[in-house]
Design a protein around this ligand. Structure first.
Ligand code: ADP
Ligand code: MG
Length: 421
């Protein structure tokens, strides 16, 4: 949208922008612009400063007050080379200014920059909203879990995930500010060439904005913003996979997605610490078809077994030094296998933790059986796990364990639902 009171000026800009492929609206005063903006939502506004009625500054101030128009980037058009006006515009929330008479390339470069930045921003906000929704969903499912198995540790998991998300979100936000600054500097620099400034002046400006460093750093910043957004996307997808609500009927589900999202959610417990290196997770996946199941319940199974494995590994570390652990590192190995003929799959989850003494092996699936301290263990994890695997899915679960060497859980699941579980 162009907001400009002088028809000839408006026409020059209108023709130029339309020829450049934009769809353009014109308002001939601040009032008219505010009125039109109740009905339309342009991607960007070019705003004249000196106008009869409310001037550009006041128009901008009002735009920034309204929720509906607050986020539309505003670029001031000014005939003044007055620095005070430019600064005033920027403090009112404008993203940029262009000076009359217009330099076509300059106008295009600025418009394209701000459209791009605006788009990035929107993407980030959308991700954040998705994330909030997912965290809410996770909190819901946490409620259900706490009710059904008093698994209070999920609170810690949610905190861990929030941390995983805040990191990339924070650096994308930070980098966005730099990107903006760099682009402003660059445009200013190009401007000097356009105005045929002296070599000395150009050199002085290059030094002032540290052009050499800027040119090196700018691409890195864009790449890392991209990575940050991707990373948030990955976490969001994993959370959604993990926290999905179970319906009344079984649905085809990629078991590996369930395992992977559970691992990601447990990542903060797998990371290296000052007492041990990271727990290594080894995945050996077969080519599996989708399995008819209640995905949320199976994710709960993976969570219970993997959390137990981490507990057992931590316990095995208690009497060992960092170096001893590094020499015989903690691992969890997850293997899947397809048994095509018999129409079932196998999932094996193995750790090299403390192992289970023979005399309690027969009890670990019992309701409320735990060897862990009060507040740490509930004794519900494996009993619920067995219920989900055997009763709800018509599968089986077995344990192989050697004391001080490790433990392996072997799960079988039919691919097609034959029961009415
Ligand atoms: N991977 C494992 N290694 C060693 N012991 C295990 C493992 N998984 C389960 N156990 C034993 O089985 C018990 C029951 O597990 P579970 O039903 O999940 O309850 P909880 O974890 O709350 O104790 C645990 O207390 C532990 O003694
Ligand atoms: Mg447990």
């Amino acid at each position: 949208m162009i907001v400009e009171d002088k028809p000839t000026n408006a026409k020059v800009m209108f023709d130029f922008l339309q020829a450049s492929g934009f769809r353009v609206l014109v308002a001939n005063s601040g009032e008219s612009a505010l009125e039109q903006l109740q009905l339309v939502s342009p991607d960007l506004i070019l705003l004249d400063i000196m106008m009869p009625g409310i001037d550009g500054f006041e128009t901008c101030r009002r735009l920034k007050e309204e929720k509906a128009t607050r986020d539309i980037p505003v670029i001031f058009m000014t005939a003044l080379s007055d620095v005070v006006d430019k600064v005033k515009g920027l403090t009112l929330g404008a993203v940029d200014y262009i000076t009359k008479p217009f330099q076509p390339e300059d106008v295009l470069a600025r418009i394209n920059l701000h459209l791009k930045l605006c788009h990035l921003n929107q993407k980030l906000e959308q991700r954040a909203a998705e994330l909030t929704a997912t965290v809410e969903q996770l909190q819901q499912s946490q409620l259900r879990l706490v009710q059904s198995e008093k698994m209070s540790s999920l609170g810690q998991l949610v905190a861990g995930i929030a941390h995983e998300i805040n990191n990339p979100a924070g650096f994308v936000k930070g980098n966005l500010i730099y990107a903006h600054k760099y682009m402003q500097d660059l445009i200013e620099h190009i401007h000097l060439y356009k105005n045929q400034a002296s070599a000395a002046e150009i050199a002085r400006h290059a030094a002032k904005i540290d052009l050499e460093y800027l040119l090196k750093d700018f691409p890195h910043i864009l790449t890392s913003m991209h990575e940050g957004i991707e990373r948030i996307g990955d976490i969001s997808v994993s959370l959604r996979t993990f926290a999905r609500a179970d319906n009344a009927v079984k649905i085809p589900f990629n078991i590996h997605d369930g395992i992977d999202s559970t691992i990601l959610i447990l990542k903060h417990r797998l990371k290296a610490s000052n007492i041990r290196p990271a727990i290594e997770v080894i995945r050996d996946y077969d080519n599996l078809p989708e399995v008819e199941c209640f995905p949320g319940q199976l994710n709960q199974v993976f969570m219970n077994i993997l959390a137990n494995a981490i507990d057992a590994l931590e316990e095995s570390n208690i009497s060992r030094s960092y170096q001893e652990i590094a020499d015989h590192p903690n691992f969890i190995k997850i293997q899947t296998k397809l048994n095509q003929d018999e129409n079932y799959i196998l999932i094996m989850i193995k750790d090299n933790g403390l192992g289970i003494p023979d005399e309690i092996k027969s009890q670990i699936f019992d309701n409320l059986f735990t060897t862990k301290a009060v507040g740490k263990g509930t004794g519900l994890g494996l009993s619920i796990t067995r219920q989900i695997i055997v009763e709800k899915h018509g599968g089986s679960i077995e344990v192989n364990s050697v004391l001080n060497e490790g433990t392996e859980f072997v799960i079988t699941l039919p691919i097609i639902d034959l029961s009415n579980g």
